[in-house]
Design a protein around this ligand. Structure first.
Ligand SMILES: *Cc1c(COP(=O)(O)O)cnc(C)c1O
Length: 224
């Protein structure tokens, strides 16, 4: 039984967000009806972590929704979202940027991307070390990719209860982002923070939070 409905939880979270912070409602694994409930409460940005699931939902739902891909990317599936995706958060290789550019070109679009930074201690997390991000941003290869635009960075903290560690990780990414911004005016978005740690992420400089379970409830199966 639902205790609070989706619209109520969404509005409670929105009320706590400072004006510069954009909310991505993470609807992965959730049905169309749940997304519509959030949509009717005014939410327009939704995040998914599987390309084909996102594409199916995009077809079924209102066309003014902005779809964000927040999961790890399988390069061979980029083509299924190239015609509509609004922002890709989890880009962590040059090869993936090249493929996004190739597919975006077919649709005559420029696709906005975030580079995913590796800030967590765990081995399992995806993402690029800071020095590789700096290298990509100044590379000639990037300049030749006319159909992508790197507009910011994304990071995920370690899966831990140690708030000090999470804070250290978020702060390190914010410091790096702030430094990069002085050389690259297109960088605007710092995507950090999920249900469990978004308030801390905002304190550490995040301006885009990706919140799923606090809006839609727990997910029924483990994703990734
Ligand atoms: C699932 C997911 C989220 C949302 O997680 P919640 O804890 O449900 O808020 C945010 N970011 C990424 C990359 C995710 O995969």
């Amino acid at each position: 039984m639902k205790i609070l409905d989706i619209a109520t939880k969404l509005n409670q979270i929105k009320d706590t967000l400072p004006p510069q912070v954009t909310l991505v409602a993470v609807s992965k694994t959730k049905p169309i009806a749940d997304i519509l409930e959030a949509y009717q409460a005014g939410q327009r940005i939704f995040g998914e972590n599987k390309i084909q699931e996102m594409a199916q939902k995009q077809e079924a739902l209102p066309k003014d929704i902005k779809w964000h891909m927040i999961g790890h990317l399988q390069r061979n599936k980029v083509k299924y979202m190239a015609h509509f995706v609004d922002l890709i958060h989890g880009v962590d290789s040059m090869q993936t940027l090249i493929e996004i550019n190739r597919q975006a070109e077919k649709h005559n679009r420029v696709i906005n991307c975030l580079l995913q930074a590796r800030i967590a201690q765990e081995e399992t997390k995806f993402g690029l070390p800071f020095d590789e991000i700096a290298q990509i941003l100044k590379s000639d290869d990037l300049k030749s990719l006319k159909n992508i635009s790197i507009v910011g960075l994304m990071g995920m903290s370690s899966f831990t209860d140690d708030l000090n560690q999470i804070k250290t990780e978020f702060k390190s990414l914010n410091t790096f982002f702030t430094k990069l911004k002085t050389q690259n005016t297109k960088l605007e978005i710092l995507s950090m923070g999920m249900s469990g740690d978004y308030q801390l992420a905002i304190e550490c400089g995040s301006n885009m939070v990706r919140i799923g379970s606090s809006i839609f409830g727990e997910r029924n199966y483990v994703t990734n």
